[in-house]
Design a protein around this ligand. Structure first.
Ligand SMILES: [Zn+2]
Length: 106
């Protein structure tokens, strides 16, 4: 087995740590505080890049029930729509990945 002997410096607390083998280029150590901060920063960055997803959160709440009902009645429309709009599909996939990873950690 190949032993990785990489040492990274945490971008948040500045301590030296051995990164995960699967993520040798990670920039943040394993401390709870640093990981949380990192996730927060990622989320903020992501929101900046995808502002439309978070515009009018209350409105989305309000619409989501309607949307769910509508999707139940039109199960293929959303998929078809996304496949016709690759940019949107990419954004949607990013969003879903982000959403899942945030949910897993909490
Ligand atoms: Zn740290």
């Amino acid at each position: 087995m190949k032993i990785l002997n990489i040492k990274n410096k945490c971008r948040i607390c500045g301590s030296i740590f051995n990164p995960d083998k699967r993520h040798p280029y990670q920039k943040v150590c394993f401390r709870e505080k640093c990981r949380r901060l990192r996730n927060l920063n990622l989320e903020r960055k992501w929101r900046k890049r995808n502002p439309s997803y978070f515009k009018g959160e209350w409105r989305r709440e309000y619409l989501s029930e309607k949307l769910k009902k509508w999707r139940r009645e039109n199960p293929t429309y959303f998929k078809t729509y996304l496949s016709k709009h690759p940019e949107l599909k990419k954004k949607h996939n990013q969003y879903m990945r982000m959403y899942r990873s945030l949910k897993k950690r909490d």
